[in-house]
Design a protein around this ligand. Structure first.
Ligand code: FMN
Length: 207
């Protein structure tokens, strides 16, 4: 493939090249107010203990709620609810009570006050353990205090999302949404490395 190279002043358009990214809805609660916003910039940062990070612009109402209470919930949504993702992304909790206006079905988390959405196939209840600004977004790292999940959405003892039952939302940037195709393939990495290395000495030399 031939690559086009150019310098970058900001990451507005070219940054869309890193998509798709799973679209989630992050909920927060403070001062008696519940809020929900779409978040596509999120990542697991530690397995044990479980830490999960979200990137939130300081312009968002959510940013002020999480900063105040140090709590949030990451709700992982199925493709049937891409409308809800777009709706909560289309306005700010400063202007709209999204839970009331959009009749969002949810119940309070087991360990935090933020809401766990009825239609999420899984949700992480988090308490902030780290908060750092980077450019125009802040990273909030949350200790995952509890996970709620639809057992029927998973197989292999909860290790694998069952793509025949649940299709996650993939955000493509620019208000475009996709989902997964033909399910997943299992690739045995050690066998693959062994096969690729066959007949080569590797770094440790023969033997
Ligand atoms: C699919 C999608 C993903 C988004 N991901 C993020 C994100 O990761 N971080 C962020 O700060 N804003 C993100 N946004 C924008 C916010 O969801 C949007 O500004 C929202 O209205 C903020 O709501 P609030 O002011 O009630 O917190 C995203 C928008 C869309 C459509």
């Amino acid at each position: 493939m031939t690559k086009t190279v150019r310098s970058l002043e900001n990451l507005e358009e070219p940054f869309n090249f890193h998509y798709p990214s799973g679209a989630t809805i992050v909920t927060s609660h403070a001062r008696g107010r519940d809020n929900a916003m779409a978040v596509a910039w999120h990542v697991a940062v530690s397995r044990n203990p479980a830490y999960y990070a979200i990137c939130i612009s300081s312009n968002r109402f959510t940013h002020s709620l999480i900063s105040e209470t140090g709590e949030f919930v990451v709700n992982f949504m199925p493709k049937e609810r891409n409308d809800l993702v777009a709706t909560v992304a289309g306005c700010s909790g400063r202007d709209v009570d999204k839970f009331r206006s959009f009749k969002i079905a949810a119940s309070q988390g087991s360990r935090v006050k933020a809401q766990v959405l009825e239609d999420a196939f899984a949700a992480f209840e988090c308490r902030v353990v780290g908060h750092h600004p980077y450019g125009d977004h802040d990273i909030f790292v949350g200790a995952v205090l509890a996970v709620q999940f639809e057992a029927a959405a998973f197989k292999q003892d909860g290790r694998l999302l069952d793509l025949e039952r649940v299709k996650p939302i993939l955000y493509m940037g620019n208000d475009r949404y996709a989902t997964t195709g033909d399910g997943s393939v299992h690739i045995e990495r050690e066998a693959l490395v062994k096969a690729a290395m066959k007949g080569t000495a590797g770094l440790r030399g023969p033997g």
